[in-house]
Ligand binder design. Sequence first.
Ligand SMILES: CC(C)(COP(=O)(O)OP(=O)(O)OC[C@H]1O[C@@H](n2cnc3c(N)ncnc32)[C@H](O)[C@@H]1OP(=O)(O)O)[C@@H](O)C(=O)NCCC(=O)NCCS
Length: 112
Amino acid sequence: MYFLAAARKDAGEIVGEAVLKIINPSERQGEIGFGVAPKYWKQGYATEIAGTVMDSAFQHFNLHRVAAQCSPDNKGSIRIMQKLGMAREGLLRDIHFARGKWWSTVIYGVLD
Ligand SMILES: CC(C)(COP(=O)(O)OP(=O)(O)OC[C@H]1O[C@@H](n2cnc3c(N)ncnc32)[C@H](O)[C@@H]1OP(=O)(O)O)[C@@H](O)C(=O)NCCC(=O)NCCS
């Protein structure tokens, strides 16, 4: 797993983060996740952060496929995955149990 912390140089403050998980090196499969501090939402940071991690997945780590998951209600995250060229691959129903209820995720992916 590789972690990225994104900072604004002027404020010296962490704006967001991303993770790249290499799941199966022999099949060159990876998964990304990302998040931005609420005060910096809707300023393009997540698009930039996720795009940077995606570039490194293909150019540096030479992966074949990169996937990402989020809640079906997470419009911002879905928009970012679409902007990164990812296609919707499916809905994983009730894949997690947390805080007393089942949660589904949508999965998006892109090939090299
Ligand atoms: C989802 C999240 C990462 C978006 O970060 P962000 O920096 O605000 O995203 P951006 O500014 O790069 O926006 C990208 C696009 O999504 C849209 N968007 C962002 N938040 C949105 C929201 N809440 N509802 C609808 N659209 C949204 C933006 O308008 C933009 O679309 P556009 O390019 O067509 O104008 C941020 O809200 C977050 O960290 N949420 C909590 C953690 C999380 O959900 N992570 C994703 C799971 S992997």
